[in-house]
Design a protein. Structure first.
Length: 73
């Protein structure tokens, strides 16, 4: 799932996510489309979690885990 935009005021931007980054998984669950991303974040919120763990790939750099706050909207 390729990131097409990042809200500059969001925690994702603070954590360094950028347009063009590839989200490979959320909380160790593979994601390949926007609906899966939304479902993973919703599931984490319903479970009472305040963050999700993304596995992100940028260009030729190694994959990296990034924690994103999903608390208050």
């Amino acid at each position: 799932m390729i990131i097409t935009a990042v809200d500059p005021n969001a925690n994702a931007a603070e954590q360094g996510l950028q347009r063009g980054d590839l989200i490979m998984s959320i909380n160790n669950q593979p994601v390949t489309n926007p609906a899966q991303v939304v479902a993973a974040v919703d599931a984490a919120r319903k479970a009472g979690r305040s963050s999700v763990l993304l596995l992100v790939k940028r260009g030729t750099s190694p994959e990296a885990f990034v924690g994103i706050n999903i608390g208050a909207k």
